[in-house]
Design a protein around this ligand. Sequence first.
Ligand SMILES: [Fe+2]
Length: 335
Amino acid sequence: MHLPRPRGPISAALGTALRGSPHALPSSVLDHAQRPGGFALSDEDLQVSLWICYELSYRGFSDVDEDWETEPSLLAVRAALEKRMLASLRDLTSPPPRATNAPAALKAMIDADDGPGLALYLQRHATAGQFAEFVAHRSIYHLKEADPHSWAIPRISGRAKAALVEIQSDEYGAGRLERMHSELFRAMMRDLGLDDTYGAYLDQVPAVTLAVSNTMSLFGLHRAWTPALLGHLAVFEMTSSLPNRRYGNGLRRLGHGTGTTRFYDEHVEADAVHEQIAMHDLCGGYLEDHPEDTGKLLFGAACALAADNAMAEFLLQRWESGRSALHGVLETDVA
Ligand SMILES: [Fe+2]
């Protein structure tokens, strides 16, 4: 994967600098990153810059020296962007309740969230082109599905660790390549005529879609945010079964068979089990040992809902006004 196209002064400066050997970034880049802006989740320059910084800790870019990952001036820029991102996430979420029973608090939070109804739209109304756009958006996360939450594995212990490994093992196909969820997603992309290359749609997705992934990476790459990462994963698992059933139904309505819907069908079953493990063993187990982290864990859960809802709202608004939800035209190799 190559560096994405710049979307403003910060990503432009990163793009220029990162193509060279690691060196101190000009102080103007940090100045830009520290400048207070509007709502961070829809800030194109902020989100693509943060995505670039984070990707250095995942698979990196073919045109970037891997030693950039720990360049202090780049980490300072990343920290400034994260500060703005966290401020917007706090604005977007209510302060977590003072809960003593984490599973009940998670359940109540999810029950109170009615979401913008993207899954229902995809089930009943989306055109083939809109469905393909949705999959292109989701590919930013699903092509590295489970990776952000795996950062928590070495940081926790006991019952919570066993629960997390059980969930992640399923995500990675229990050691079988063809069952890895990211591979199931790639197979679906190919069936829909989409490019299944990692990062293929990076330049086409808006800030809010990058923000969904960046939220996970922010929690994953800081040990201090581990409880938030666990809460985030719990919401993912607890809100997955019904929407995935609807996505699969949407594809079936559009004429696709079980080969194409397998990614979604797999999640209907797997996540019904994962929901219980995540709620009781992962979050409940973790907070038994770390009750002081309840607020952080519930904040991560609230952020998962908020970021996903922001992306869903964006897609629905675009489609309802007859526009594409991507930058540029989505090219597919099927009609
Ligand atoms: Fe999955």
